[in-house]
Design a protein around this ligand. Structure first.
Ligand SMILES: C[S@@+](CC[C@H](N)C(=O)[O-])C[C@H]1O[C@@H](n2cnc3c(N)ncnc32)[C@H](O)[C@@H]1O
Length: 504
């Protein structure tokens, strides 16, 4: 397959390997709502944040939506959108690789982009996600007004869509509900008790011999397909239509054969490739949504409308699925995912993670009524945890980095095991009990210097000194002096530091 090359591509290809695993540090004062939630807002560079998420969420994300800087040569209030072309490609390549690792087998990735980089992005996404996994490039009508001073007035952005496995995805993706406009095509001129219907013609283009049989209308007239056309299905299928009382020959009763399709029986519709602003929202609408939340003087330059994200999440996910946006901007994807009852992870590098995403999500929890709220009957509730990137976990030889303190490693291990952050800073080898399993960490002499390797080794004396728990015990330490039968008898699962610390 032909591949795109650019200056320093070989470095970009090696980047993921070189990015260190870092701890995710919860910031309780910026978290909000129900603490029993997996929703995460992470402030930091997404390259490092995505790598930190890998041990926890590889293969688990159902829908990834990203809206990276388009490289429009602009300096927006909250971020710069002006990278040298090769640098932009080198920014995207390793991040796409990490996103691919996080995508579920039945997941999909949707990327907003415009003509500045769209066609280069398509080629590198073909390389990273597989050309055969490309589904569509959707032109979204982002703007309906016209700039008369432009060479061409910009009306659309592209949304590139890839599935981890298109065959599998086709079976799980959702259709769209019929809009009121589409439903208006169904009428009931003959007061049919089965409700509103529309006539679907029985003829089709091009001739096929076995599809040219005679059809008798309700007034007794015999009809054949019009010249150059044939019937769309077989005679046996036509008789089924007749027997079901669905045949229709126009008001006169002897017009061209058609059949009644009832509104009630017509299923939701397959999404098409052309997304107009009436259905998917537009950028003006997005800006209004943002200024209602933050006020006109504290807006965000490039938000997406909530309706656009709603449409994507509706097609690509179901309630409780995990959604990821690693270029979160003003927080739209997280806000919409929250209102649609999806779990989510949002990553944003800029200070607006704290000044825009965090307060926006807090308002959503409080029942904010803008954007899609009314359409989904949003009443408030739920919660999210705020994280920042902490220390690098491993040093160059794969040991736990000497800067990593007990409390930070404890928080990391607890989070990896339970998927919820620790409530308080850990200061005991018993990190907590979750689903009747107790988690212990023997590290950095938490038990005092009298014990072997500062109490980092599981011995009988160490076990005796640990807070008791009758159920299963998961104990992290540098080594264990117990054999397998003894561990089983004590209901202990021993995990060795650093090898069993996730992220290795
Ligand atoms: C086009 S905006 C996203 C807008 C968003 N869709 C919305 O509705 O508000 C792109 C965002 O990506 C962020 N960004 C750029 N590089 C990043 C990186 N390496 N890590 C995390 N965020 C980054 C920028 O700060 C900016 O907020």
């Amino acid at each position: 397959m032909p591949l795109l090359d650019w200056l320093n591509k070989s470095d970009a290809v090696r980047t993921v390997q070189k990015v260190p695993y870092r701890l995710l540090e919860a910031v309780p004062k910026l978290s909000a709502g129900d603490t029993n939630t997996e929703n995460m807002l992470i402030q930091g560079d997404n390259l490092q944040a995505l790598k930190a998420l890998l041990p926890l969420y590889a293969g688990k994300v159902k829908c990834i939506y990203i809206d990276p800087p388009y490289n429009t040569r602009s300096a927006f209030t909250h971020y710069d959108d002006n990278l040298e072309h090769s640098l932009w490609l080198s920014l995207m390549y390793p991040r796409l690789e990490l996103l691919r690792e996080l995508l579920a087998e039945d997941g999909s990735i949707w990327v907003s982009i415009d003509d500045n980089e769209a066609h280069y992005l398509k080629v590198i996404m073909d390389e990273v996600f597989g050309r055969k996994n490309f589904l569509v490039s959707i032109p979204w009508e982002s703007r309906y007004s016209r700039s008369n001073d432009a060479i061409f007035s910009l009306s659309h952005n592209h949304i590139l869509v890839y599935a981890a496995n298109p065959n599998r995805w086709k079976t799980i993706r959702n259709r769209l509900p019929r809009t009121e406009e589409q439903a208006k095509q169904y009428k009931n001129p003959d007061n049919d008790p089965r409700g509103e219907w529309r006539a679907i013609p029985w003829d089709a283009p091009n001739i096929r011999e076995n599809l040219s049989y005679p059809i008798t209308t309700s007034t007794g007239k015999v009809r054949f397909p019009p010249s150059g056309r044939h019937w769309s299905r077989t005679e046996a299928q036509w008789l089924e239509i007749v027997n079901a009382g669905l045949a229709y020959f126009g008001k006169s009763g002897d017009g061209a054969p058609s059949f009644k399709q009832f509104l009630e029986d017509s299923s939701d519709i397959v999404p098409n490739t052309w997304w107009q602003h009436e259905e998917a929202g537009h950028t003006d609408e997005a800006k209004k949504e943002i200024s209602i939340i933050f006020g006109a003087n504290n807006s965000f330059d490039t938000p997406k409308p909530e309706r656009l994200i709603q449409r994507i999440l509706h097609i690509a996910s179901n309630s409780n699925d995990l959604i990821l946006d690693s270029f979160l901007g003003s927080g739209t994807t997280a806000a919409v995912a929250h209102k649609m009852n999806r779990r989510y992870i949002g990553i944003e590098m800029g200070d607006h993670a704290e000044t825009h995403c965090q307060p926006r999500l807090k308002k959503v929890i409080e029942g904010e009524q803008g954007g899609i709220s009314k359409a989904v009957n949003w009443q408030g509730g739920g919660g999210f945890h705020y994280f920042r990137l902490g220390e690098t976990i491993f040093d160059e030889v794969g040991s736990i980095h000497h800067n990593v303190k007990f409390a930070a490693l404890a928080a990391h291990i607890w989070f990896c095991e339970t998927r919820v952050p620790v409530a308080n800073q850990a200061d005991s080898p018993l990190l907590g009990i979750h689903n009747d399993t107790a988690y212990y960490l023997l590290y950095n002499g938490i038990l005092g210097d009298r014990r072997p390797q500062s109490g980092n080794v599981l011995t009988q004396a160490v076990l005796d000194s640990l807070p008791k728990h009758n159920g299963c015990k998961i104990i992290y330490g540098e080594a264990s002096r117990f054999g397998k039968p003894r561990l089983e008898a004590e209901n202990i699962v021993f995990k060795q530091i650093p090898y069993d610390v996730r992220a290795v």
